[in-house]
Design a protein around this ligand. Structure first.
Ligand SMILES: Nc1nc2c(ncn2[C@@H]2O[C@H](COP(=O)(O)O[C@H]3[C@@H](O)[C@H](n4cnc5c(=O)[nH]c(N)nc54)O[C@@H]3COP(=O)(O)O)[C@@H](O)[C@H]2O)c(=O)[nH]1
Length: 697
């Protein structure tokens, strides 16, 4: 700038003016002082006042104050030592220290000077500048650095700088700990290949780098990484790319949060949302999902998928009579058995209650499915133990095939459900493939259920009575009450077509009570009319027995109708006895103590243990009609009938054969010592008015 001035720079006037301008405008003070105890000032520039708060006159020759006094007392010695040392070594000095201004405020100054030889004194010349702002800025910067370092060192989250190829540039202790290293240095020196050493799935690292190069940033990027000891943990990263001025990538920097616990928790919640709590099997939600995938797979690759809808036979009875704990145990065992029958790639799901669904994918043909279903039936029907007792349960299965029977989960399940009902109708413990006609039978069933409900409300039922006779004397010694539905829609409906439905739906409870009351009332009416007193038999369904209040109900009805207990016989099926022996024993004992008789119906078809039978409070064994039907033609049936008669004798029980239709059967039974009989040969079940005719004969 000086060179561009128009006047010659050597001009002394110009030089003096320039110097004066310079001195006046300098931010700081130019000085000349003696090297004495006061730093006696011989010259100070105009900046003196701005720097110290003292005027030039105040300071020159220590007239009001010396520069030594202005120097902060704590820094005086240091200033002196530094300057003297520089002077001795003939060097320039350069020093920072504090001064106390006229107003008492403390400022940081920077001084640079040099020793000028003089005849009388050593003279110093130099420049002093207020650097308080810069010092404060430096201090603030240092403080910020300290703070950031502390955050970096003490953060709970991992913090890192890394490059796409060279590993980590810097990591904090938290990241080292997270990854299982003793120190950041150890981590940095060990993990030189992040792609392969850190990420469990290398694709995830590629995705990280792809996002970084596309967006320059990733947020909540979740991955699984290896710890030093091989353990795998989940992390979530937030990171950004850092570039230099010409846009070259310098490094990535980011934070890492360990989220394994959260992931496990999420997985747990996800599991609970998609699995059944009792059995641990996939629930309906997951099943639908898998079914949808299976349908797509079937359609795309032309593969056969089978859906099996499985319902446990008589589960409700077991649950009601043995208690929910045993019921739950049975469901768990069933879940395990079903799983053991299928491949890993198949699905066993619990649909709810005692219903399970099996999803079999990639089936080669129907034969393979049939084979699997046979195994399922076999496995489910294996005996199991609860409360030290052995039980057995079977199941009914409906099957649909995709794509033949449906191309969506709902249709396939609905059709499998229809097929399952068909399996139930066909006597349970079997499986049925869906056919189009089955849907109409489901609709029929629903319609029947509605009408049955209505009939129970309206009491649209009548009882027919079938005589029981003494085989030796041909005398009527009792009667069995059998219900008929007098339907306006279909005429007289056989119980075979509505009792199973009533049992399944619980309608048997009100219906059974009506039958018991009507039968007792009728028997009392016969006695009141002067007919010889006989016991009347009433069938009790397992569902009624499981209710728990059956004894009270029988007692109440006997009181209501005025029938003496000895004229009521309750027929229970053999299966009741085998389900929960102790409970059945207690129940029958209480019923027996009322004075009513107990008869074991359909005897020979169940699995009664003979030792139980001996203890049981039973009066009569009713030989099932399936054996009686074949006694003349089938040696096995004849042998069974003989064995039952002999068993009854030995246990002091009355033996009655049901379903006697021919004279041959009658004679066989008589000859083999059977006490009583019942069957079309003597009479079909008949309405009351016909039955009294039989009584008078
Ligand atoms: N829980 C209740 N169950 C009941 C009640 N009423 C009937 N039932 C049960 O329904 C099933 C069918 O009964 P039904 O059509 O009345 O058949 C009974 C007889 O008619 C029939 N029987 C009698 N003798 C012969 C014969 O010589 N041949 C032949 N083919 N059938 C004959 O047997 C049925 C009686 O069976 P059972 O009860 O085992 O003695 C049936 O299971 C009834 O139990 C009811 O009120 N409650």
């Amino acid at each position: 700038m000086l060179l561009s001035m128009p006047s010659h720079p050597a001009d002394p006037t110009l030089q003096a003016r320039l110097l004066s301008t310079l001195l006046a405008n300098l931010e700081g003070m130019v000085y000349r002082c003696r090297l004495d105890a006061h730093w006696t000032m011989e010259f100070v520039s105009e900046g003196c006042f701005a720097l110290t708060g003292y005027t030039e006159e105040d300071l020159l020759f220590n007239s009001r104050v010396s520069y030594d006094q202005i120097t902060h007392p704590d820094d005086r010695q240091h200033v002196r030592d530094t300057i003297l040392e520089a002077v001795q070594n003939n060097r320039r000095f350069d020093i920072e220290y504090r001064i106390v201004r006229a107003d008492g405020s403390i400022r940081h100054v920077w001084e640079r000077g040099t020793n000028i030889s003089h005849d009388t004194w050593d003279i110093l010349e130099g420049f002093i500048q207020d650097v308080t702002e810069r010092k404060q800025a430096d201090e603030a910067l240092r403080e910020a650095e300290r703070r950031y370092r502390s955050i970096f060192e003490n953060a709970i989250e991992g913090i890192y700088q890394s490059t796409p190829n060279d590993g980590y540039l810097a990591v904090n202790p938290a990241l080292a700990r997270m990854y299982g290293y003793d120190s950041p240095q150890e981590l940095i020196s060990t993990l030189r290949d992040i792609d392969n050493q850190v990420y469990v799935d290398p694709q995830r690292r590629l995705e990280f780098k792809r996002l970084m190069s596309k967006h320059g940033v990733v947020t909540n990027f979740e991955s699984r990484v290896h710890r030093r000891n091989g353990e795998v943990i989940w992390i979530s990263e937030n990171a950004r790319s850092v570039y230099n001025n010409d846009g070259t990538l310098l490094f990535f920097e980011g934070t890492v949060e360990a989220i394994t616990e959260r992931k496990l928790h999420e997985a747990e919640i996800q599991f609970q949302a998609t699995h059944d709590a009792l059995t641990g099997l996939p629930n309906r939600t997951l099943l639908y999902d898998r079914m949808q995938q299976a349908v797509l797979h079937s359609e795309r690759y032309g593969k056969l998928t089978a859906i099996a809808f499985l319902d446990l036979d008589q589960f409700k009875f077991i649950n009601d009579s043995l208690g929910h704990q045993v019921g739950d145990e049975l469901l768990k065992i069933t879940a395990q058995r079903l799983t053991s029958c299928l491949r890993e790639s198949d699905t066993v799901a619990r649909q709810g209650g005692d219903e399970f669904v099996l999803l079999l994918t990639d089936q080669p043909n129907e034969e393979a499915i049939t084979h699997t279903m046979q195994r399922v039936l076999h496995e489910v029907s294996q005996p199991w133990k609860a409360n030290d007792l052995e039980f057995q349960i079977t199941c009914s299965i409906g099957l649909t095939l995709c794509p033949d029977d449906g191309r969506d989960a709902e249709t396939l399940l609905k059709n499998a459900d229809s097929a399952m009902y068909k399996a139930k109708e066909l006597g349970r413990n079997n499986f049925q493939y869906f056919s189009a006609e089955m849907n109409s039978s489901v609709t029929d069933r629903l319609e029947l259920l509605n009408r049955l409900r209505q009939a129970i409300t309206n009491e649209d039922f009548v009882l027919h009575y079938q005589p029981k006779v003494s085989l030796a004397s041909h005398q009527i010694i009792g009667a069995e009450a059998l219900v008929r539905w007098n339907s306006a829609h279909s005429g007289m409906v056989s119980p075979a077509s509505f009792i199973p439905l009533a049992e399944e739906t619980g309608l048997i409870i009100p219906l059974g009570e009506w039958v018991l009351r009507t039968a007792c009332r009728q028997n009392r009416a016969w006695q009141d009319a002067g007919y010889p007193p006989i016991p009347i038999s009433v069938n009790l369904s397992p569902r009624q027995l499981a209710r728990g209040d059956i004894v009270e109900m029988v007692e109440r009805i006997l009181t209501e109708t005025g029938l003496e207990a000895q004229y009521l016989e309750l027929e229970i099926t053999e299966s009741v006895m085998t389900t929960d022996v102790e409970k059945s024993f207690a129940l029958l004992t209480r019923l027996r103590s009322l004075g009513v008789k107990i008869s074991l119906d359909d005897f020979g078809t169940g699995y009664s243990s003979l030792s139980y039978l001996k203890r049981f409070p039973v009066d009569t064994l009713k030989i099932d009609q399936s054996f009686v039907r074949d006694i003349a033609t089938d040696q096995d049936s004849a042998a069974i009938v003989k064995a039952i008669i002999s068993l009854g004798r030995n246990l002091n029980l009355t033996v009655l054969a049901e379903g006697i239709e021919t004279e041959d059967q009658f004679q066989f039974l008589l000859a083999n010592g059977c006490d009583e009989g019942q069957g079309y040969l003597m009479s079909k079940p008949v309405p009351n008015k016909n039955f009294v005719d039989l009584l008078t004969q």
